[in-house]
Ligand binder design. Sequence first.
Ligand SMILES: [Cu+2]
Length: 265
Amino acid sequence: MGTRTKYLYLIAAAGFAFSAAGHDSSRRTIAVTRERSVLNSASQAQTDKFGTGTISGTVIVAGSQAAAARINMAADPACLKMHSGPTMNEEVVTGANGALKNVIVYISEGLGSRSFDPPKEPAVFEQKGCTYSPRILGMRAGQTLQLINSDPTSHNIHPAPQNNREWNIFQPPRSAPIEESFAREEIIPVKCNVHPWMKGYIAVFKHPYFAITDKDGAFDLKDVPPGDYTMEAWHEKYGVLTQKVTVEPNQTKTLEFVFKPQGTS
Ligand SMILES: [Cu+2]
């Protein structure tokens, strides 16, 4: 049964429920007609692409983590001057109860042949205070990537992709934003050829079902079509965890990913 047929079937079932509940039939007809006109006004393509499910949850890391190391920016006084206090390495950032920030959680399998147009707005990767903001950027294949240098010093942004074209671009202070893009899915490490401590990642997806955890380790994927999926949770230090999940229409599935670094149980 196609997705559209399924929707129509659901509407018919909803109509039946209305009548079983004793509502008068004219009101029922209006409700069903209204639902149908909503469906008709959305494009057929959209009906096929987006769903009503949600996959949300948290990512945690077991055990206690070593305190973050301080970054030494002394090599470039312009960088140093922008920070009043110490700058810490953000490879591992945790919140309460082991909540793990900066984990990319995404559907890795199960969307089949569906295709999704990338958003028209650019994804923005900023060099600010001689660090990348955000450290982990999620974006779509074919979407414009806008690179901004907000610092009074030069950067040389250098992604190291495996499946996309490699480039590196020198960006002096006060220069215009640079626009680039990536054609294929992958998680790409990014470094600055000027400042060795600058590290970030650009995660490229061909679909919209990805999220990057916040300090509470939380993620939330909305509008998921019904289906059986493989989910991955990727962290730059701890690697990848995988879980399967089945999503029905209008259903919220809650997952927990637990990284267990060596030495923890
Ligand atoms: Cu730099």
